[in-house]
Design a protein around this ligand. Structure first.
Ligand code: ZN
Length: 380
């Protein structure tokens, strides 16, 4: 059966800017949408495109503190440069820019709406490109994230009595989401990411498994630098897939960051479209109501390719490997030389690969020992 799908995107995004030197480029959303358009993926009969509607303050208060939201609001209106490091605001990482509060509420509103669409709107899958702000904490901006859209959307699902899996395949640990649900067994969070040993945000060891009632319901697969396609698929197949299947959630929320790609300037993993598509296809095959959100990715064409591929898979469409001529013309004018949509499967250099393999095997075996008996044992 064909899935009913929703894509959430706003052309208004281009009026915001983190600053010229900041690695996060808002242009990435437009490029992703342009690539989808060039493949005619924005006019599919089974799909609808929705604009982002800013989240209401009441929804934000299900996670964020009043004082933090007031500060965001105040700074957002200011013409002067502002900073308050207690709230993580105004440093190089989380700049204060005009309209910041509105910008953050657009992303959060999109993910809350995606959760509504898959529970009440008759959609099987809803994908909010401008979501995935997984580092935002209750009262602190972090890692370019101001409002934690996934936490807010999951809170709206919990209010409806739903059990949720949150899977995060961004290169960075999904720390803000893990923290929000660390003590509950109603949300299973799984994050596959580059090890925090010497990498932002520093958390996400396989030893972090949740506490109290939530013990076993936080799962982390830290990966060593140079982890390649085969090892990434191994981590997904041996940990995420069986746990999601066993927990059998009412709704699945997935953060689909594309900063795992080998050409990303901020990270050291060596993933390509090969394993990225493999994971997205397997998630689709689970046939669980699905909220997908964007996330990291600091090479704009990788982001456009990854999310276009994800959206095509959600709609059951196979795309040709070469980028459409119209998109090549557009990115040529912006200085990008990419020609291909798909990458060949990539293998890291032998020594790097052996170290990465050892590390992933250790993590997998620790998780199988500590977490599997709790999750798989509980739902068998
Ligand atoms: Zn990231």
């Amino acid at each position: 059966m064909v899935s009913r799908t929703a894509l959430i995107y706003s052309p208004d995004f281009s009026s915001f800017c983190y600053g010229k030197e900041h690695p996060f480029k808002i242009q990435r959303f437009r490029l992703a949408y342009e690539l989808m358009e060039a493949y005619e993926l924005t006019s599919l009969p089974c799909a609808r495109i929705f604009d982002c509607i800013p989240a209401e303050e009441g929804d934000l208060l299900t996670f964020h503190s009043h004082s933090y939201l007031s500060k965001l609001k105040e700074f957002s209106l200011s013409d002067e440069p502002r900073a308050d490091f207690r709230y993580g605001l105004g440093d190089i990482e989380n700049p204060v820019f005009p309209g910041l509060y509105h910008w953050a509420r657009l992303g959060a509103g999109g993910t809350i709406e995606a959760a509504r669409l898959v529970t009440e709107g008759g959609f099987d899958i809803a994908f909010n490109l401008a979501g995935g702000w997984h580092h935002a904490h209750r009262s602190r901006a972090s890692g370019f994230s101001y409002l934690n859209d996934s936490v807010l959307a999951i809170n709206s699902l919990l209010q409806k009595g739903k059990r949720v899996v949150y899977l995060d395949i961004d290169a960075h640990h999904g720390d803000g989401v893990q923290e929000a649900f660390y003590e509950t067994d109603q949300v299973l969070t799984i994050s596959i990411h580059e090890s925090g040993e010497s990498f932002f945000p520093g958390t996400g060891s396989e030893k972090e498994i949740g506490s109290g009632k939530g013990k076993g319901y936080s799962v982390n697969v830290p990966l060593k630098e140079h982890t390649d396609d085969a090892l990434f698929m191994k981590a997904f197949d041996e940990v995420a897939f069986p746990l999601i299947a066993a927990f059998d959630p009412d709704v699945m929320v997935t953060q689909l960051g594309a900063d795992t790609f080998r050409t990303d300037p901020l990270t050291r993993l060596e993933i390509t479209t090969h394993s990225y598509c493999y994971v997205v296809k397997k998630l689709k095959a689970l046939k669980i109501p699905w909220v997908a959100v964007g996330g990291g990715g600091y090479e704009n064409i990788n982001v456009a390719r990854a999310w276009t591929l994800a959206w095509a898979i959600m709609n059951g469409i196979e795309l040709p490997p070469r980028l459409p001529a119209r998109f090549i013309k557009l990115i040529d004018s912006l200085g990008y030389s990419n020609r291909m949509l798909l990458d060949a499967m990539h293998w890291a250099e032998d020594d790097d690969r052996n170290r990465a393999l050892d590390a992933v095997e250790k993590s997998i075996s620790a998780i199988k020992k500590k977490v599997f008996p709790i999750i798989i044992g509980a739902y068998d």
